[in-house]
Each structure stands twice: as structure tokens, then as C-alpha cells.
Ligand binder design. Structure first.
Ligand code: HEM
Length: 419
């Protein structure tokens, strides 16, 4: 069968494609044009995420198309050791232990350690938006993509002056690996990725030369390492920073954008957010289920493995369609209805499942909750411009809205010409 993730319906209405896949009688499909197996049912996506002996991560961060030789030559110079999303055991067991020790990942630890950073950043950005009342503002560059990046920079102890280039590098990595750029663009993005890696190496090397008393993630991880390469090498610390700088912001940006789009697109919903902040966590959980920021994630089979009625041979790339799994009628009642009051939303697979379960889930939830509550309180009359139509970036993994134009209802009369 064919899946065209880079054109057509998948860019405007991916749920239609997921529905069609889920309705087919066969459990798993081979997409010839992608050279991948598509796993879409909730039960099977969970099985694949949970079974690290059969589904490996070595190719999770490898490009999903054949790269041109010039770009490949540059990428081959990336000597990044696999630590998180691209690592298998026993390396992953060791690096995950380090990550759990140095990166807050439970609700209470995240609130205590990162809460003040998040609140400060949310307040700064919300006040900047409030100062622009009356204008049409695109929330993607001004808020949803910026907030998580500023937060992750603060957590890692990275200077704010580098925000623009880190954003470019991170966007570039996502386009290079899971998009389908033209050859000239591949070369440009590959060079950016190499520069990004050198930047992270440099960041960690400079931190390692100073005193390590800081409270930032890099200092903490270097302290945890305590000079012992068997615990963690310096290159592995740099690799973790490299991964967190991308994983920590592009994803939460998606949750914020999809959540805000849902909240603003139905009359009365935004008011409820503003008037009853206690409803926000359940609202966000449903936003995670309904429109996951990563809706396809990759594994490679380490041995022949049977999924439903199909046996996938060893060495095959598999696309775990999280977006489809989250809409599987076998797991969710009325799956295509956005319903913040449903009681099965928590079964979504948007943060993965099993040994690689997202280490940043608690941070993402906290950030999105504080952001929505603060925005709702400060800008209760926010609304989407009437001409907004969701359009997504062409990407196999990351589902990013291209734009989210809003204004404050009371103060602006929006016409199509204002676009
Ligand atoms: C809404 C926001 C987020 C979503 C939807 C998301 C989604 C995911 C998914 C699907 C995975 C793969 C899980 C698996 O393979 O089983 C993952 C892993 C990961 N995420 Fe997140 N993520 C989010 C936020 C964050 C944040 C805020 C951070 C850190 C600051 C983060 C760091 C990571 C890391 C390091 C991994 C790799 C973990 C491992 O391999 O052990 N993520 N995330």
C-alpha cells in the first residue's frame, strides 16, 4: 500500500488517513514507497513501544529517505554517541538511569525544580502578547514555539542569546531527518546539524572546565558523571544536551499549538479555560490524545516479530502511528470526538510507552498547564482569526501547525484583508 505523508490529505487532515488505515482488515501494512511497515492499532503500537527486545532504536533518528551523497558525507562526520531516543540496551539502560537522576521527570520534582522557570517565561511572553492587543499575532513564533525553547535553555543553562540559532538548528534537524528536503536543502541542513553538534560539545566542554556547582542540567550531569567514563562520557553528556534541545521544545510546542487551536476553535471553550483553570489538565490530556505532537515514531525490528496477523522480518523499519493508535475505536469511545470530559484520554500513546517513555512528559504537562491558565486569565477574549485553516509542515514524525493567527475579540475587527 501507499502512504503519502508529504503531500495531500496527510498535511491537512491526517485523521482521515488514520481512519482509513484502521478500517482495513489487515493488521499491519507495508508502505512500499516509504520502505516501512505501518503499525496503527493501539494494541500493536503499545506492543512495539514496550518490546525493546524485538523493536530497536538504532534507526529512530536516521533519515527516512535516501540522502544525497553530499549531505550524507556531512552527516557521517557527526560522531554523536547514542544516548536516548537512538540507544538500545545496555547503553540505554545506563544513560536512562543518568537522565532519571539529573532531569526532573515526576510531577512533584518538575514543579519544584522547573516550576519557577516556567512561570517566569510564561509571564514574560504573555505580557508581551497582552501589550500587542489589537494586532493579529501568529502564536507559533511568538508563543508556542518560543516558550518551550526558552524553558529548555534555562534548564540546561544555555544563554538566551543563542535562541534563534538553536531554533533554526532544531527545526533543521526535524526537516532533515523526518521531512523530504531537496538535495541542496539537505546539504544546508546537514551542515547546520554538524554545527549544532559542535555547539553542544563546546557547551559541555566549557562547563566541564569551570566549577560544577550550577543547578543547570549540564552541571548536574557532569557532577553525576564524576569523571567516570563508565558512568557517562563527556561526549554522552553533550549528546544528551543535543537531544534535549530538540526533544524538549519541538514537542511541547506542538502540544501548546494543538491545545490552543482546540480551545480557541469552539465558542465557549476558551472562556471555560479562563474561568475554570481546574479543567485545564483534563483538557490537555485530550489534546495530547487527539492531536499528538509526534504522531509517527520509528523502530527497527531486531528479529522476526509477529504483530496481529502479520510477521515482520528482522531489520525492517516500522512507523508506529501514534496518531492512529490514539483514534483507535477499540481503545477509545467515539475516538474522533474531541471531548475533554472523556475518561479514557489517559490511555493515549503520545509520550510513547515502556523503556523509552518520554522523560519530559511531566515538564510538558506543567508547561502547557501554566501557559493555558495564564493566557486564559490575561487574554480571555482571545480568538482565532476566521480565516484560519490548519496546515501542517510536511513531516513523518512531528505534526507542527504552520501558523496559528489570533487576536483579541473585543478590540479588533478582523477582515480578510488583514491577513
Ligand atoms: C508534549 C510534549 C512531548 C511529547 C508529545 C513527547 C513525545 C515523545 C515520544 C513519542 C517519545 C518516544 C517514546 C518512546 O520511544 O517510547 C519521547 C521520548 C523522549 N522525550 Fe519527549 N515528548 C514531549 C516533551 C518532551 C520534553 C519537554 C522533553 C525534555 C525536556 C522530552 C525529552 C524526551 C527524551 C529525552 C526522550 C527519549 C527518551 C528515551 O529514549 O529514553 N520530551 N517523547
Amino acid at each position: 500500500m501507499h502512504l503519502s505523508p508529504f503531500t495531500g490529505t496527510y498535511l491537512t487532515d491526517p485523521a482521515r488517513v488514520w481512519r482509513e488505515l484502521l478500517a482495513r482488515p489487515d493488521d499491519v501494512h507495508h508502505a512500499e514507497d516509504l520502505g516501512m511497515w505501518l503499525i496503527s492499532r493501539h494494541e500493536h503500537v503499545r506492543q512495539a513501544f514496550g518490546d525493546a527486545d524485538s523493536f530497536g532504536n538504532a534507526l529512530t533518528l536516521a533519515p527516512v529517505y535516501e540522502m544525497c551523497p553530499e549531505a550524507l558525507a556531512i552527516v557521517m562526520r557527526l560522531d554523536v554517541p547514542a544516548t536516548t531516543a537512538a540507544a538500545d540496551s545496555p547503553v540505554h539502560t545506563r544513560t536512562r538511569r543518568a537522565l532519571r537522576a539529573t532531569f526532573a521527570n515526576t510531577g512533584p520534582r518538575v514543579a519544584a525544580q522547573y516550576g519557577p522557570i516556567v512561570r517566569r517565561r510564561v509571564d514574560g511572553l504573555v505580557e508581551a502578547l497582552a501589550a500587542r492587543r489589537g494586532e493579529v499575532v501568529d502564536l507559533i513564533p511568538e508563543f508556542t514555539a518560543l516558550l518551550p525553547l526558552l524553558v529548555v535553555l534555562d534548564i540546561l543553562g544555555v544563554p538566551e542569546r543563542d535562541v534563534a540559532r538553536i531554533r533554526q538548528w532544531a527545526d533543521g534537524q526535524i526537516a532533515l531527518v523526518w521531512g523530504r528536503p531537496e538535495p541542496a536543502e539537505q546539504v544546508r541542513l546537514a551542515q547546520g546539524l554538524l554545527d549544532f553538534w559542535h555547539y553542544c560539545q563546546d557547551l559541555v566542554a566549557r562547563r566541564a572546565e569551570g566549577d560544577l556547582d550550577g543547578d543547570d542540567f549540564i552541571s548536574r550531569t557532569l557532577r553525576y558523571r564524576d569523571g567516570d567514563d563508565e558512568v557517562l562520557t563527556v561526549a554522552e553528556v553533550a549528546s544528551m544536551a543535543f537531544n534535549l534541545l530538540v526533544a524538549g521544545h519541538e514537542t511541547t510546542a506542538g502540544l501548546l499549538a494543538h491545545g490552543l487551536e482546540q480551545a480557541l476553535s469552539v465558542p465557549g471553550r476558551w472562556r471555560r479555560v479562563a474561568e475554570d483553570p481546574a479543567t485545564v489538565p483534563a483538557f490537555l490530556e485530550e489534546a495530547l490524545r487527539f492531536g499528538p505532537a509526534i504522531d509517527g515514531w520509528l523502530r527497527v525490528t531486531l528479529r522476526p516479530v509477529t504483530i496481529g496477523d502479520v510477521t515482520i522480518p528482522a531489520g525492517q523499519r516500522c512507523l508506529l502511528l501514534i496518531g492512529a493508535a490514539n483514534r483507535d475505536p477499540a481503545a477509545f469511545s467515539a475516538p474522533d470526538r474531541f471531548d475533554p470530559e472523556r475518561d479514557d484520554a489517559k490511555d493515549h500513546l503520545s509520550f510513547g510507552y515502556g523503556p523509552h517513555f518520554c522523560i519530559g512528559a511531566a515538564l510538558a504537562r506543567l508547561e502547557a498547564e501554566i501557559a493555558l491558565v495564564r493566557l486564559g486569565t490575561r487574554l480571555p477574549a482571545l480568538r482565532l482569526v476566521p480565516w484560519h485553516e490548519p496546515q501542517f509542515q510536511a513531516n513523518l514524525a512531528f505534526r507542527s501547525l504552520r501558523a496559528l493567527p489570533v487576536s483579541e475579540q473585543r478590540l479588533t475587527l478582523i477582515s480578510r484583508e488583514a491577513k
